[in-house]
Design a protein around this ligand. Structure first.
Ligand code: ZN
Length: 240
């Protein structure tokens, strides 16, 4: 990833516009330096790919202008940066709707630092190819666990005698062996194993989610798959 400035939201438009200019200048310097290094005979890890990062907070005109400029550099891929930093979810989706049509459609698009399972489903819907986020691991350590019906807080009283797994369709080692009641006990007793199990299950969930998304896309049934994703979440965990 090229060096960029991730501007806080909200910020004055003049500041954001100047920042986009600076991020663009850094990107050009970054590309030139990478080309110089790649031409040397003893370069470590030659042939690295350089992605440019789109910025502009939630100003659609600045986002589009910046994306069109960096697209002309014909880089191997493009990141959408500076989202999920204080704007509403709706503003994030509107920004993606505005800017993604201006990103090259033959290059990967990377939505940086995002997000919840819903954010990923919506990002893909709008044409994003990949993501990164601390959320599954951090939430796992706090006992906030993902299921196909949404997120549960395993520390809640109601799971004290719940002998079912976190998600009965989940194939992870935790769901195959242990109950919600046992996991809740581990969290309440502050056993480090609780954190490990929470992270393991949540990472498994995200891997499965993206695998399901890929196969739905390959079948050409993403719209149908997305409706089912939301139907289960609206039904909620209590209907199991
Ligand atoms: Zn699991």
């Amino acid at each position: 990833m090229a060096f960029d400035e991730c501007v806080e939201i909200p910020s004055p438009k003049k500041y954001v516009a100047d920042s986009c200019e600076r991020t663009y200048r850094w990107l050009v310097r970054c590309r030139d330096e990478l080309e110089r290094l790649n031409a040397l005979p003893d370069t470590v890890n030659p042939g690295q790919q350089l992605f440019g990062i789109n910025q502009g907070t939630v100003f659609k005109d600045l986002r589009i202008e910046h994306m069109e400029k960096i697209a002309q550099l014909d880089l191997p891929g493009y990141g959408i940066g500076g989202l999920s930093v204080g704007e509403t979810t709706e503003e994030m989706y509107e920004t993606l709707d505005a800017v993604l049509p201006h990103a090259p459609d033959n290059k990967p698009r990377y939505l940086m630092g995002v997000g919840t399972p819903e954010n990923i489903v919506e990002g893909v819907w709008r044409g994003v190819d990949f993501f990164d986020c601390v959320m599954p691991a951090r939430n796992g350590r706090h006992g906030k666990l993902y299921t196909r019906f949404g997120t549960i807080n395993i520390k809640n009283e109601k799971y004290t005698d719940d002998e079912s797994p976190i998600d009965d369709r989940c194939g992870c080692p935790v769901c195959r062996r242990y109950s919600r009641a046992y996991l809740r006990h581990l969290f309440k007793a502050e056993e480090v194993l609780a954190l490990r199990f929470g992270v393991l299950h949540n990472l498994w969930y995200y891997n499965q989610l993206t695998e399901d998304i890929r196969s739905a896309l390959e079948r050409g049934e993403y719209e149908k798959w997305r409706s089912e994703f939301y139907r289960l979440r609206e039904a909620g965990d209590d209907v199991r």
